[in-house]
Design a protein around this ligand. Structure first.
Ligand code: IMP
Ligand code: MG
Length: 181
């Protein structure tokens, strides 16, 4: 199929992801019993994870979105974090769960977490589908992590390369020639 043509291999299948997301949802359901967490999705990469995860969380919750830029169209972090779209909610006193697609250098996340802390949230936890620890440049505490992945560029399930491949249902590794096109 057209969309799969550039994929060298599948790292995490639809089934693997579905099972793990359900486990994380159950964990969050237990941890937030009697509370009403605000799930904060960092656009755009985490929307697929967010959409699946929120349906596995069985307590009342709110959702919100923010958009920052830390990457251009390429693979390298610029180290510059800019807010493109801020949250709609006032988060003072709220229990926040930041939902991310991938924790890579940690530069983006540490900036976001610091900013949310300064707005007076009651608690802030981080939930990331993927963790790429080899690439970390600043330490970030992860509360819920789906999978640890090797230091390879991955696409699919929300993750892009130059805005393509976000709609792949699995997470895969691109063929090397895609980068040299
Ligand atoms: P960092 O943790 O500040 O380096 O940036 C994390 C962001 O970079 C993620 O939200 C993704 O948008 C992007 N990113 C990092 N690694 C990958 C990858 O392997 N595939 C696709 N996007 C990635
Ligand atoms: Mg992203």
């Amino acid at each position: 199929m057209e969309l799969h043509r550039d994929i060298e291999r599948i790292l995490l299948s639809e089934e693997q992801i579905k099972k793990r997301v359900a486990e994380i949802g159950q964990r969050i359901t237990l941890d937030y019993a009697g509370k009403r967490p605000l799930l904060v999705s960092v656009l755009k990469g985490s929307v697929v994870f967010m959409a699946d995860l929120m349906r596995e969380i069985k307590v009342d919750c709110d959702i919100d979105f923010m958009s920052v830029s830390s990457y251009g169209n390429g693979q390298k972090s610029s180290g510059v974090v800019r807010i493109l779209k801020d949250l709609d909610h006032d988060i003072a006193g709220r229990d926040i769960i930041v939902v991310e697609d991938i924790l890579d250098s940690g530069l983006t996340l540490s900036y976001i977490l610091e900013m949310l802390k300064n707005r007076g949230a009651a608690s802030i936890r981080l939930c990331t589908l993927l963790d790429k620890p080899d690439r970390r440049r600043v330490s970030v505490a992860v509360d819920y992590s789906g999978f640890t992945v090797p230091d390879e560029f991955v696409v699919g399930y929300g993750l892009d390369y130059g805005e393509t491949y976000r709609n792949l249902p699995y997470i895969g590794i691109l063929k090397p020639e895609v980068y040299t096109k």
